[in-house]
Design a protein around this ligand. Structure first.
Ligand code: FAD
Length: 452
């Protein structure tokens, strides 16, 4: 008989927590999963999946215009937002059920309620009906993710966040989005595609800090061409709300009146109510749980993965961390994930995907880097009349001839970069790219034909 109720209690059934629990249970660990909201978590219910469905939906307006360029006659083309949101929610319900089944069918117990750590080996659960349960466990995994956070200014309570933006009953006629990260630019594309008068407000000169400068500028140009109004070098000083609209005062003094304001100004670890300080779990400045290589906190029996550790806040990273944890702790396999060359995408319009270092980052690391660039108008856009252009870049370490970065803005960037990421991970040289025969005609072939 074990001295604990469980071998593992996982708090949070999102991407990372679900994978941790399933794999641990598959190795025979007696596992309990605690979820306060709905199994599936941010990615499935409030992030990647619903967002990408709305990105797809919003792209049809441009595709219809492209089709007209190809001499299709299209009459009476209009969208029905309310029906779309219903259909999207039905799909999310289906995915949520799949998550519940994944957890239960792998042999884990699942309890609906909010978990709190009340000791190095003890968790309490407040169920929705108010009942409080307590269980002991040899190990505790915290996989509670993150939540959106707004800067402090007058009227910030009038902003909606991305959770709410994904679930609007009705589309506004106009919207201002505050922020310059990937969520801000993605939602700007979504609303603009549905014909909403869209404004993007942010402090920097270009959105997407940390990405390649040329890609950032390219995105700004494309967004403006598609009709989004960019208010860069600006912050919001105040929002006043009346019955009909929100009046925004910008730091430049300019005023803007819109139906709705969305805040996409960052996300922070969701640690409130978890009891971590009382138990003595060390946190970083942003409230992130500090972990070592084993994803272990300073309290040896307590671990954390995913967004709550604020490392690389992406679904595949949370999943990989959870899987590696289960392998190490219950499967006897000493496996660690690498945080190098993690590819990522921004589903802006046009989309962006990158892997590895950009030229500026390489130079900062004193790498003798050279960049190769190709900018062109895709074949489809010659006849469609669409002004959108594609930009692709490779960064090469001239001393080793290794390709150390690939960057793209244009259609299907994520699909293309995922393949290039394998080559970069495998240490491919520029000569390997050059000796690969291209697929013609495609945009992807540019990655194997870049000479200057
Ligand atoms: P989550 O998936 O957030 O899961 C945490 C779970 O814990 C939640 O279900 C929550 O309800 C639960 N929970 C919290 N506190 C408690 C508690 N005390 N007790 C019990 N349960 C609790 N990533 C990508 O890779 N690609 C994308 O395109 C992408 N798009 C995104 C778009 C948006 C709008 C957002 C917000 C995020 C997006 N992300 C994307 C990020 C991605 O969603 C996260 O990186 C991922 O979900 C992190 O997984 P996680 O397991 O750490 O946490």
């Amino acid at each position: 008989m074990s001295e604990f109720d469980y071998d593992l209690i996982v708090i949070g059934a999102g991407s990372g927590g679900t994978r941790t629990a399933r794999i641990s249970a598959s190795y025979g660990a007696k596992t309990l999963v605690v979820e306060g909201d709905r199994a599936g978590g941010t990615c499935v219910l409030r992030g990647c999946v619903p967002k990408k469905l709305l990105v797809y939906a919003s792209q049809f307006s441009e595709q219809v215009s492209d089709a007209e360029g190809f001499c299709w006659q299209i009459n009476n083309f209009k969208s029905n937002w309310t029906d779309l949101i219903k259909k999207k929610n039905k799909e999310l319900d289906r995915l949520h059920e799949i998550y519940v089944n994944l957890i239960k069918n792998s042999g884990c117990d699942l309890i609906s309620g909010w978990g709190k750590v009340i000791g190095p080996n003890k968790v309490s659960i407040k169920k929705n009906d108010g009942e409080v349960l307590e269980f002991s466990s040899k190990k505790i995994m915290i996989a509670v993710g993150g939540e959106s956070s707004f800067p402090d200014f007058n009227g910030n309570q009038f902003m909606i966040n991305s959770d709410q933006a994904l679930d609007l009953n009705k589309l506004p006629k106009s919207i201002a989005i505050y922020g310059s990260g990937y969520i801000a630019v993605e939602f700007a594309g979504i609303f603009n595609g549905f014909g909403v008068d869209t404004h993007l407000i942010f402090r920097a000169n270009d959105a997407l800090r940390g990405f390649d400068t040329d890609l950032r500028q390219h995105l700004m140009t494309s967004m403006k061409q598609k009709g989004i109004t960019i208010h860069n070098n600006n912050t919001i000083s105040e929002i006043e709300k009346n019955k009909e609209s929100c009046k925004i005062t910008l730091s430049s003094g300019q005023q803007l009146s819109v139906d709705m304001v969305m805040g996409a100004t960052g996300r922070v670890p969701k640690i409130s109510g978890l009891g971590l300080k009382k138990v003595g779990v060390q946190l970083g400045q942003r409230g992130e749980i500090l972990v070592n290589k084993l994803n272990q906190t300073n309290i040896k029996s307590i671990y954390a993965i995913g967004d709550v550790t604020d490392k690389i806040t992406l679904t595949p990273v949370a999943i990989a961390e959870g899987h590696a944890f289960a392998d190490r702790e219950f499967g006897g396999i000493k496996r660690f994930i690498s945080y190098e060359n993690v590819p990522s995408a921004v589903f802006s319009q046009p989309s962006i995907a990158v892997v590895g270092l950009n030229y500026e980052e390489a130079k900062k690391q004193n790498i003798n880097a050279r960049e190769y660039k190709s900018e062109f108008r895709a074949l489809k856009n010659t006849i469609s009349g669409n002004l959108e252009r594609t930009l692709m870049k490779l960064v090469v370490d001239q001393d080793t001839q290794k390709v150390i970065g690939a960057h793209m803005i244009g259609p299907d960037a994520a699909e293309i970069i995922q393949g290039v990421a394998i080559a970069i991970k495998a240490g491919a040289l520029k000569s390997d790219f050059d000796s690969t025969i291209g697929i013609h005609p495609s945009a992807a072939e540019e990655f194997v034909t870049m000479r200057s």
